[in-house]
Every structure is written in C-alpha cells, then in structure tokens.
Design a protein around this ligand. Structure first.
Ligand code: ZN
Length: 160
C-alpha cells in the first residue's frame, strides 16, 4: 500500500451531501500518511457540526477495508478551517453539470450583512437569482431560483 494508492481509493468515496463529488474533489482530505500497516487520514470538516462528516469517516474506513486496508485512523483537524476554495476545479465542473451552483470564490458577506449572496444560475449564468430558502435538500445547500429562466437550483454553501 502506498499513499498514492490510498488517494486513488479516496477518489471512490463520494460526499453524502453532493453525490457527484468525491471527498478528494471537495478538498476535505488534508493528508494521507502510511506508517507500517497503519493508514492515517487527516480530514477537515466542511463546516463544524456538519452531520455528513461522520458518514464520510465511515465511508472512508469501509472503502479502504474493501481494498484490503484494515488499519485506518481518521483524524479531524479544524484549523485551518475548510473553505469552499478547496473544492477542486474538477469538483466545480461536476457541480455545474449536476445543476448546483459552485461556491463563489469570495467571502460570504451574507453572514455579515444578512443579505443572500448573489449566485449565478448554473443553467443560463444569469445573476438575476433569488434565494428561496436558506436550506435546500440538505443543510449544506440553500435553495435558489433563477428569475430569468425560472430554473430552481441548489447553492452549495456550507457556512463555517
Ligand atoms: Zn437561469
């Protein structure tokens, strides 16, 4: 077993919130370390208290067990905090294809000013969109609708 192999196996572990993204796309895997027969994986939660993290941890352990790696240790690190900037370019493209607006690369000022972020429509790219609800299909997403083409879509937010 090599670190490279483990990274490749992790590409088969999908995020429970957004099933098109792997945990590698999402950028939550911070480090993979192999010491003798122990595989240690360091992950950073997308936001503290995200219930999906427990699922991700279990999915990583069962995926590696499936590949014959039984001694796996998953540790969490909260610093530096996960940011949507860590989502890979590949991951952003997959989000768009899936019809979810990828996170904007800017500080989410909505937290400070209580105004929803302007999120471009994944279908027609219009910025004329409105937030329909703070929470979409899961707590990590907000529900938006495009005013121009009327497309409803989820915005992946994950507040810290
Ligand atoms: Zn639109």
């Amino acid at each position: 077993m090599t670190e490279k192999e483990v990274w490749a196996y992790l590409e088969e572990v999908f995020d429970p919130e957004v099933p098109v993204l792997t945990v590698v796309d999402l950028g939550v895997i911070r480090a993979v370390k192999i010491e003798e027969d122990l595989c240690s994986i360091l992950i950073t939660p997308t936001y503290s208290g995200c219930p999906a993290m427990k699922v991700i941890e279990e999915d990583i352990i069962s995926k590696l067990a499936e590949k014959g790696i039984s001694k796996v240790k998953v540790d969490l690190t909260l610093s530096p905090a996960w940011s949507t900037d860590w989502i890979s370019e590949n991951g952003r493209n997959k989000l768009r294809e899936y019809g979810i607006a990828p996170p904007e690369n800017e500080v989410d000022k909505s937290v400070l000013f209580a105004e929803p972020t302007v999120v471009p429509c994944p279908l027609c790219k219009s910025r004329n969109t409105k937030m329909v609800s703070q929470f979409g299909s899961t707590a990590c997403k907000a529900h938006y609708q495009c005013i121009d083409c009327l497309e409803p879509f989820d915005y992946f937010k994950c507040l810290k």
